[in-house]
Write a protein that binds this ligand. Structure first.
Ligand SMILES: [Zn+2]
Length: 135
């Protein structure tokens, strides 16, 4: 038996899609306006899904306060109102939302133990959604 709980959080952050592995011209071709040297921002909606057995005593998969505390400390404090490109996690990686999903998954997976982090889903815009899961 397994149940899932998903909770959403919002952060605002800026980034620039750019890689040192490509020329300036090629970066512009690949990333288009997202390669603007001055960057741009998003209001990222981050959905965190935790799975597991329901605790018979509490009736919950995870206490929401426990989840909120972990996300606040691990994700929101780190990325909200920040330039993602300046975070060490993106020193060698392009700050795409695919890579942001993975970064948040890896940070939260450790913070949430013993609860099981199932999935990170991020809405970057009203049309673009990204997901990362290892299951
Ligand atoms: Zn962007």
């Amino acid at each position: 038996m397994k149940a899932y709980f998903t909770r959403a959080y919002t952060i605002s952050a800026s980034h620039r899609l750019h890689t040192g592995a490509l020329s300036a011209e090629k970066n512009l071709t690949v990333f288009g306006k997202c390669n603007n040297p001055h960057g741009h921002g998003h209001n990222y909606r981050i959905e965190v899904t935790v799975g597991g057995e329901i605790d018979p005593a509490t009736g919950m998969v995870i206490n929401m306060a426990t989840l909120d505390a972990a996300v606040s400390k691990t994700v929101i404090a780190r990325f909200d109102h920040m330039n993602l490109n300046l975070d060490p996690l993106f020193a060698e990686k392009v700050s795409t939302t695919e890579n942001l999903c993975i970064a948040i998954f890896n940070l939260l997976r450790t913070a949430l133990k013993p609860a099981i982090l199932e999935k990170i889903r991020i809405e970057e815009t009203e049309n673009n959604f990204f997901e990362y899961s290892e299951s």
